[in-house]
Design a protein around this ligand. Sequence first.
Ligand SMILES: Cc1ncc(COP(=O)(O)O)c(C=O)c1O
Length: 475
Amino acid sequence: MKWQLKKENKTPIYVEIMELIINKIQTGELVAGEKLPTEREMAKWFAVNRSTVVHALEELVSLGWIIRKQGSGTRVNEGNWGRLSAPRTNWKNYLSQNVFNQQNPYVTELKKMIAEENCLDLYTGELPRELIPDFQLPSYHWEDFLKEGSQLSESGYGPLQQTIIERLQKDQQLTINKKQLLITSGAQQGLFLLLQVLLTQGDSIAIENPSFLYSLPIFQAAGIRLYGVKMDTEGISLTDLKDLIVTKKIKMLILNPNYQNPTGNTMSLARRKALVELCGTYQIPIVEDDVFGDLNFQERLPLLKNLAPQQVIYLGSLSKILGSSTKIGWICAPESIIQPLAEARQVMDFSLSIFPQVLATSALGDDSYEEKLADLRDQLKVRAIQFQNAMEEFAADWQVHEIKGGFYAWLEWRHGEITNKQWRYFLEEKLAIAPSFLFSSEKNALRINFTRLSQENFPQFLATFRRITHRLKAK
Ligand SMILES: Cc1ncc(COP(=O)(O)O)c(C=O)c1O
């Protein structure tokens, strides 16, 4: 049994060796626990230096495919999802890196302007108050809340879990049970728990480029390396992703496939299918962040979680419908992951209060919820169309893609990079937008939350945007 390499000139030899071994594991030629040939044997078969084989094996160890032990050789790993262990928040590390104080000066100014309410705020990632559906709150006695406490477990409040399970089934054809669901304090807590439990300092993860995750301090603080994968209108580039998986030891992929923050982009069905296949091949878990999923203007595409239930961890939230102060989100994942996530949260004492959970159950379970959501979608669509039509005037200067749902329009400046001085025009004109440098290293685009543009403030927006565009062109 002699193994052979294709020796394609573009691929480094050690990567070819890795791919060969991965392929043998996937096709079942090598089974869990089985011993691999020795380094010396492989070096001879492939006619390469032994150090090249060692390099490939070391990479496979860190990717979790194989295990190497002194004396007993190299064997195929038996686990699937990599490490699962106790949380490892290193607060000292957080503080010494001072990551929480590193706010971008542009954002500091934006936030000041927004707080002083003297600007048109198209920056904030939230619906304007007048569009958030209204619900009558239940009238409870204190005693009732105390009684409800008996339905509270470490994974959340039972009736809320049940309501979410039913909604996921009805709206997304996603079938899960309570053991596969964890209620979180918003999707961001979900992300935080995932990185605490599934990743360790120095690990690499892939995200979209651009992505709202780019400037979140939680990754930097935990010592996680982020790699951006460039996108076209159908979603992330799978060729680039594959390169990253192999060369950067990517441990996890976090994506926002529906109405992505910041580009508003939606991944096509073909790309979704090819993506889950690629990640299945390399056993890379995908985190599907779907906080905008319910705000669709057209028919929905299947979730990644529908396409590969075991491979995908799904995140949802009420923030984008009922306001971000609701702070209710959820994680759907295989049971073997939910348990350690719930335990990690318990250890960190991030347990959830019963109050928001009871109120969220009442809103989500309200008879009028669906009707109000449909009404919200209609109103957002009207605003999206109004925005897109108005942007036609600027077609020679800004490229705007069709808006298919969610909150965001992504405007690409057709004349190259916008300089720091020019970005200040938006501040000077009191128009709060999110520049692309908050989401990637690029400086040629901006994100607008079009849902905040009403009939009343639209003329003001248009006049301001015209002025800024003229100033940008004048250079
Ligand atoms: C794509 C995406 N995921 C997650 C979040 C965080 O959601 P939550 O408010 O539920 O923590 C946001 C909020 O801006 C978001 O845009």
